[in-house]
Design a protein around this ligand. Structure first.
Ligand code: CP3
Length: 350
């Protein structure tokens, strides 16, 4: 039975050209997204209004015919559902009422998560029904460490000193927060799968700020626990891990028992990844989002170079991070053409 090119690739089938989707493929670079966004007061109003979330999820599929859709939502819906105050300030990104004391963890509760996030699950159900059979639908969540970063810093940060000092000075209480997040994330991912998500991705966007020992304990180990927890409920669901900017420490995420694929950021060399990671696990990535802004010959050269390095193995074409707001939509169309028309040149196999 075919699950479409994206799911079949994660299951180990090879195609002449890899499937393609893009992180943050629904967003402000699309005029049709900005039009829908203008009808809602806040970003969360859009994410929690199923009809609108479905519409913006489908926009990049209609325009570019990508192989997978990703449900329009955000990683910060989990702190929001746990009872922490989260809001978005125009031009400033996310803001949270920062956790400053472990005593506050007791006020966070998983009890209302499914109810609070019901609009996300409704949107998934309706999106799955509207999508072509061969287009996969991804659910997602932030990984515990990245969520803890936002929850303790109260937003983005230059050096993440607060969250790191908390983790270094008080590993026991930090561990309690991570454990709570592991459980909440398993619930949220399982609910998304039950609503119709065909695969899920875990975003550990800030993993790269940790030294190796802490990376193991606060990023990899919780993500493996989530994968095993989700698999206990849904044994077959593919899980993609995206620990961003971890460099060669990516080697320790080579865990086919937990992850179906690793999403690699732009900092990892495609040649190194093909040699060290791809023989063990399917890869996804790793085009620089600014190449997509550049377009033209630069985009063609770089996308082809990545295809020549990684396209011979198990691979999903994607960016190394999300689509940038200043990306011309035509460049996405150009990229899809490049990937679909790629012809493997045997000379580049090393
Ligand atoms: O990929 C997709 O198309 C699905 C939707 C999606 C969004 N955020 C929509 C969004 C996904 C998968 C995310 C993940 C996310 N959110 C991450 C992990 C990936 C990464 O970028 O590292 C993180 C760290 C967040 C937290 C977050 N949400 C930030 C930092 C911001 C502000 C970014 C900005 O450009 O201002 C958001 C808001 C957000 N999430 C927007 C979108 C389209 C922009 C808000 C708007 O339209 O007003």
């Amino acid at each position: 039975m075919s699950g479409g090119k994206f799911l079949d690739t994660l299951a180990g089938t090879r195609f002449p050209t890899p499937p393609i989707w893009l992180m943050r493929q629904a967003g402000r670079y699309l005029p049709e997204y900005r039009a829908v966004r203008a009808t809602t007061r806040s970003f969360f109003d859009l994410a929690y209004t199923p009809d609108k979330a479905v519409e913006v999820t489908l926009q990049p599929i209609k325009r570019f015919g990508l192989d997978a859709a990703i449900i329009f939502s955000d990683i910060l819906v989990i702190p929001d559902a746990l009872g922490q105050k989260v809001w978005f300030e125009v031009g400033e990104g996310p803001k949270l009422e920062a956790l400053t004391d472990p005593a506050q963890f007791g006020q966070l509760s998983r009890a209302r998560l499914a109810e609070h996030l019901a609009p996300v699950y409704q949107a998934i159900k309706a999106t799955r029904a509207a999508l072509p059979k061969e287009t996969a639908l991804l659910g997602f969540a932030g990984a515990p460490f990245t969520l803890a970063c936002y929850m303790i810093e109260g937003g983005s940060s230059r050096d993440f000193a607060k969250v790191k000092l908390w983790a270094y000075r008080h590993p026991d209480s930090f561990g309690l927060l991570i454990d709570l997040l592991v459980e909440a994330i398993v619930d949220h991912l399982a609910n998304q799968v039950e609503a119709g998500a065909d695969a899920v991705q875990l975003f550990d966007s800030w993993a790269g700020i940790l030294p190796e020992e802490q990376l193991f304990g606060w990023s990899l180990e919780p993500m493996v626990r989530i994968a095993h927890g989700l698999r206990a409920r849904h044994p077959k669901v593919p899980i993609i891990a995206f620990p961003r900017a971890v460099g060669p420490a990516m080697l320790m995420y080579r865990r086919p028992d937990a992850f179906s694929a690793l999403s690699i950021d732009t900092g990892l060399g495609a040649h190194w990844a093909a040699k060290e990671l791809q023989p063990h696990i399917c890869l996804q990535g790793n085009l620089d989002p600014l190449m997509l802004v550049a377009g033209g010959a630069a985009l063609e050269r770089e996308a082809t170079r990545i295809l020549d390095k990684l396209g011979h193995g198990s691979f999903v074409f994607n960016l190394g991070h999300g689509v940038l707001q200043q990306t011309p939509p035509d460049h996405v169309a150009q990229l899809v053409e490049i990937v679909r028309n790629w012809t493997p040149s045997t000379s580049s196999v090393t």
